[in-house]
Design a binder for this molecule. Structure first.
Ligand code: F6R
Length: 604
């Protein structure tokens, strides 16, 4: 949700900022802008539209300079217009500010500033910040003091970066919205996410809430909320810069679907030894006093939580998955023997963080399963568990879902083994062996899938339903979410047995139903549910392991290799990812940047 990038100390700063904005466009893409500071002052160029469409005009409009700040926006206050695009300036144009998050007291501040005679030109909450800095600069020559005084007046969540005509230092502040410093060769970066500058450096420090950073080409000085000088650990990010570029692919989504074998191999690396699960983060015995597990998450990550809850229930551990926004209402009972797991790719989803914090307040043990080292979720728990999927740029989550499910499968094994109520699987060796074969089996799916052909027959249908039982149920929901997200068509995912309790009324001959089979003992029931819809004239596309007899009742079949029934749905999901991708491609949709969506949703 909005991306920030600043580059300090390069003669090609504008190019680097534009490049950073393109790398961050998945965080928001309805308008973009850049401010350059040089000896003549501060120059700003900003427009509604995508950075890919604006970059040439922005570069042409801006003067040279070695300090640049940029922003790509996903609107929260005010529609996507040129005026509402960031950077925002104050009365004089000498201060420019970019901001992620929401300034909750902006109404009051705006009224006060307006009463003092300052003029506002946008509908945004952000515009109060440059006005406040300018106001404080009337009482002090020190830009840092003015910046700090302005930040002290703000309530809400923010990552703010500001430049001023009279200073060759860039100032940044963080509160509940991520901000990372990148250490380049003779230059520094500030960004809301590492992919913004990963091509140039993997050396980073994550700012903490309350921090203010003063950054020049040579120095990074960080002070905490009390103004005390602090040092934030410098870390090396273990991500490959090649993953942040499309390369030969037309879309990041397809690149990320194709990279799943590699991503899952990384997820599994060193975590299975024979019949043993080896989680460095959680050695044997860690969960000895856990007797219930609650997953809190949103969207795709919630579906991964649903999958994991089913795995744990099979191992006799009571486990539930909760939509984080609902959980945060506080009605779910939690006790000291509850383990609450925040499942979040980005580690920054506001609803999930609120649920995590609530579980902590209520005394639960907590962890997070996340992709982003240094993310807020990772920093707010004692021990995070990383999914190691590498950066995901496509807004629709694909490889991170697969890596989440694999990580959660290992976590489920460890919890069941430790917990007084859990049971170790009788077929554990076979399960872990099957888990290790998933990367090569996904490769087989990718090579042989006929999803594109299936899509051609159904791309003009009226509605798309996805049904499954057991672990296929969360994947049915995930398949539908992915489909609606990138095709904009009506899609729903149901527990197969639920269809006849209402949704069947929606089924017509122009509906297609994707029925998911696992190779487990519930398949006969799913087949019966499929026959019920077929009798109403809908086409059935089965997604089933090799060898599962479909009784010739389905119209088309997408096969997946045979594996442990608890893992089949991981393979099924890859077929469904391809179905969504090809359908969206046939419909000419903006696959990597679907309308109205942003990858990281940092507001509740
Ligand atoms: C769908 C999708 C979203 C996210 C959700 C949670 O493709 O990407 O539904 O899964 O916004 O995001 P994280 O996992 O970052 O908390």
């Amino acid at each position: 949700m909005c991306g920030i990038i600043a580059c300090i100390g390069r003669t090609d700063t504008v190019d680097r900022v534009v490049e950073g904005l393109e790398n961050l466009e998945y965080r928001g893409y309805d308008s973009a802008g850049i401010a350059v500071r040089n000896d003549d002052g501060v120059a700003v160029d900003k427009h509604a539209g995508k950075i890919s469409e604006l970059k040439h005009s922005i570069v042409d409009e801006l003067p040279d300079g070695t300090i640049g700040i940029g922003h790509t926006r996903w609107s929260t206050h005010g529609p996507p217009t040129d005026a509402n695009a960031h950077p925002h300036t104050g009365e004089t144009g000498d201060v420019a500010v970019v901001h992620n998050g929401i300034i909750e007291n902006y109404d009051t501040l705006r009224d006060e500033l307006t009463a003092e005679g300052r003029t506002f030109t946008s509908d945004t909450d952000t515009e109060v910040v440059p006005h406040l800095i300018e106001k404080h600069l009337e009482d002090t020559d020190d830009v840092e003091t003015a910046f700090r005084r302005a930040v002290d007046e703000l309530d809400g969540s923010y990552a703010i970066v500001a430049v001023a005509a009279d200073s060759d230092t860039v100032y940044a502040a963080r509160q509940d919205s991520p901000l990372v410093v990148g250490y380049g060769d003779g230059c520094h970066y500030l960004a809301s996410d590492v992919p913004a500058f990963l091509e140039h450096t993997d050396q980073v420090s994550f700012l903490e809430d309350g921090d203010v950073a003063a950054v020049t080409d040579e120095t990074v000085d960080i002070t905490d909320a009390d103004g005390e000088s602090v040092s934030r650990e410098r870390e090396t990010v273990d991500w490959n810069a090649e993953e942040t570029v499309k390369g030969q692919y037309e879309h990041f989504m397809l690149k990320e679907i194709d990279s799943q074998p590699n991503a899952i191999s990384n997820t599994l690396q060193g975590r299975i030894d024979g019949d043993d699960v080896v989680l460095e983060e959680f050695p044997e015995g860690t969960f000895a006093d856990v007797s219930a597990v609650q997953f809190v998450a949103c969207g795709t990550s919630y579906h991964a939580g649903l999958y994991a809850a089913r795995l744990l229930n099979k191992l006799d551990v009571p486990a539930t998955a909760h939509r984080a926004s609902e959980y945060a209402s506080g009605d779910i009972p939690v006790s000291a023997d509850t383990l609450a797991v925040a499942v979040t790719q980005s580690g920054e989803t506001a609803d999930t963080l609120a649920a995590l914090r609530l579980a902590q307040e209520k005394g639960a043990q907590t962890t997070t399963v996340t992709n982003v080292v240094g993310s807020t979720a990772a920093r707010e728990v004692e021990t995070p568990l990383y999914i190691r999927a590498g950066p995901e740029i496509g807004v629709a989550a694909t490889k991170t879902f697969s890596s989440q499910v694999v990580t959660l499968s290992l976590l489920a094994e460890r919890v069941a083994e430790d917990s007084p109520v859990g049971t170790v699987r009788s077929d554990r060796a076979a399960f872990l062996d099957a888990l290790q074969r998933i990367p090569e089996q996904i490769d087989e799916v990718l090579e042989r899938s006929t999803a594109e052909h299936v899509c051609r027959s159904h791309v003009h249908d009226d509605a798309y339903f996805f049904i499954g039982q057991g672990t296929a149920c969360p994947v049915a929901k995930e398949g539908a979410l992915k489909f609606k997200e990138i095709t904009y068509e009506h899609a729903e995912g149901f527990a197969a047995g639920e269809l006849k309790h209402g949704p069947l009324a929606l089924v017509t001959p122009d509906t297609v139903v994707f029925a998911m089979f696992t190779g487990g003992d519930r398949d006969t029931k799913t087949l019966n549910n499929a026959k019920e819809v077929q009798a109403r004239g809908a086409d059935i596309v089965a997604v089933a392991p090799e060898g599962v007899d479909l009784d010739e009742c389905t119209d088309e079949v997408l096969r997946v290799p045979s594996t442990h029934p608890d893992l089949t749905s991981l393979l099924t999901n890859v077929q469904l990812q391809l179905v969504s991708y090809h359908a969206a491609n046939l419909l000419n949709r903006e696959i990597d940047k679907p309308r109205n969506l942003a990858k990281s949703v940092t507001v509740e």
